[in-house]
Design a protein around this ligand. Structure first.
Ligand SMILES: Nc1ncnc2c1ncn2[C@@H]1O[C@H](COP(=O)(O)OP(=O)(O)OP(=O)(O)O)[C@@H](O)[C@H]1O
Ligand SMILES: [Mg+2]
Length: 386
């Protein structure tokens, strides 16, 4: 099963390109599901179907799923809500309702991803295409499983220890919120679910495609997105330049745009090399419906196989005495490294990742660290304790 994620700045054409790619997959007889983490119904609009919570067939072999965040929340987070409610009331805050929980940053996208995992598990799909939220949210969402992993790892064992040591009476008097056994297991279930999603999305069969338009502001943001996706361990396997003005027969107004776009496209090629840069022309009308989307996909991929396993390496590499992480386009001044026990904290401002060191490196002293050719290399001293 192949997973393709599409992200980029707001309005650049993520939904269109995701829907076009999914349409092409179905045309090539691959069982295809396209999912949106977006609460707007743009994906259904692009495919010209009614949004549906269960996968609905939009064209032969092409299914669309629009996650109903609220319903899904009730299914997945019931027990956690209960826990959150108790904590909030102990803190003297108003009782939190399930509607309010969805307002937590990233919660909606996380819920959409939990649904994605369920679909992936069915074994029903050859290709799953994900239309992600715009850049900033997507990054937070993609980082979330790992960030949560970090917190949950710390919190859960404490919860369990306290649970054993503290009797209900003391708990009442001390007014500390101790997760009940059942709730801990709900927390653990969620945690496991998130880990599975991360494995799925950073695994050998998943890759991210960065959508942009050839404009200065958009390109600048796409460059930062590439760095941060790599920081978090996601493979980016292509850049898609959408809305490229055709040069032929241009009047003066359009000629200015064509010239500016050519300049930005040159920069895109240089910046993102060796990634392929695929282009889609600015069409005369909005590409809506399977036929128009199939044409977009033709323009985009030509005869290439966009569903082959990604050939790009994972960003992180670990050898006997080195951990290295690709940070393409990262500015030296923005990169920082810190060590905290068995963890390495890598910052590529404004983003940060906590990496649990493998046991082979965890007890060894760092001998050097350098950022060279877009790769952070951390070397460890041979053998011995720290
Ligand atoms: N190559 C193109 N030519 C003409 N119109 C396009 C092209 N690509 C996208 N559009 C149109 O531009 C609009 C925005 O595209 P789309 O919804 O795919 O962007 P998006 O990145 O998903 O936006 P959002 O960030 O809001 O989710 C849509 O009306 C779409 O039909
Ligand atoms: Mg969209």
């Amino acid at each position: 099963m192949r997973i393709l994620l599409f992200t980029g700045k707001g309005g650049v054409g993520k939904t269109t390109v995701a829907a076009a790619t999914a349409t092409l997959a179905a045309k090539r007889s691959l069982k295809t599901l396209v999912v949106s983490t977006d609460t707007a119904h743009s994906l259904a609009d692009a495919l010209a179907v009614r949004p549906s919570e269960e996968p609905v067939e939009a064209a032969p072999g092409l299914y669309l799923q629009q996650v109903d965040t609220q319903r899904s929340l009730e299914r997945h987070w019931g027990e956690l809500q209960e826990y959150a409610r108790n904590v909030f009331s102990e803190l003297g805050l108003d009782e939190i309702t399930s509607e309010e929980i969805t307002v937590l940053p990233g919660a909606e996208e996380v819920i959409a991803l939990l649904e994605l995992r369920e679909q992936a598990r069915t074994g029903r799909w050859d290709v799953i295409v994900v239309d992600c939220a715009p850049t900033a949210e997507t990054l937070r969402l993609l980082a979330l499983p790992e960030a949560l992993d970090w917190h949950v790892n710390r919190l859960l064992p404490i919860g369990r220890r306290v649970l054993k040591a503290v009797s209900p009476v003391i708990r009442h008097v001390a007014k500390i919120s101790v997760p009940e056994g059942e709730v801990i297991s709900a927390g653990e279930r969620l945690h496991r679910g998130l880990l599975e999603i991360r494995e799925l999305l950073t695994g050998d069969n998943a890759s991210v495609r960065l959508v942009l338009t050839p404009e200065a502001v958009v390109v600048a943001e796409a460059r930062r997105t590439l760095t941060s996706l790599s920081l978090y361990g996601y493979r980016v396997d292509a850049v898609i330049a959408n809305r490229v003005f055709p040069a032929e027969g241009a009047d003066e107004w359009r000629r200015a745009w064509v010239e500016a776009q050519v300049r930005h496209l040159t920069e895109v090629h240089e910046s993102f090399a060796p990634l392929p840069v695929l282009t889609v022309p600015y069409l005369a009308a909005e590409p809506v419906g399977p036929a128009a989307l199939a044409e977009v996909a033709e323009e985009l991929y030509g005869t290439a196989d966009p569903f082959a396993r990604p050939s790009v390496e994972p960003p992180m590499r670990i050898t006997a005495d080195e951990l290295s992480l690709a940070l393409p386009l990262a500015d030296r001044d923005d990169v920082d490294l810190a060590r905290k026990g068995d963890e390495l904290i890598v910052t590529a401002a404004p983003y940060r990742r906590v990496i649990a060191l493998p046991s082979s490196l965890a007890r060894r002293t760092i001998s050097s660290a350098a950022l060279r050719d877009g790769r952070l290399r951390v070397r460890f001293e041979a053998g011995g304790a720290k």
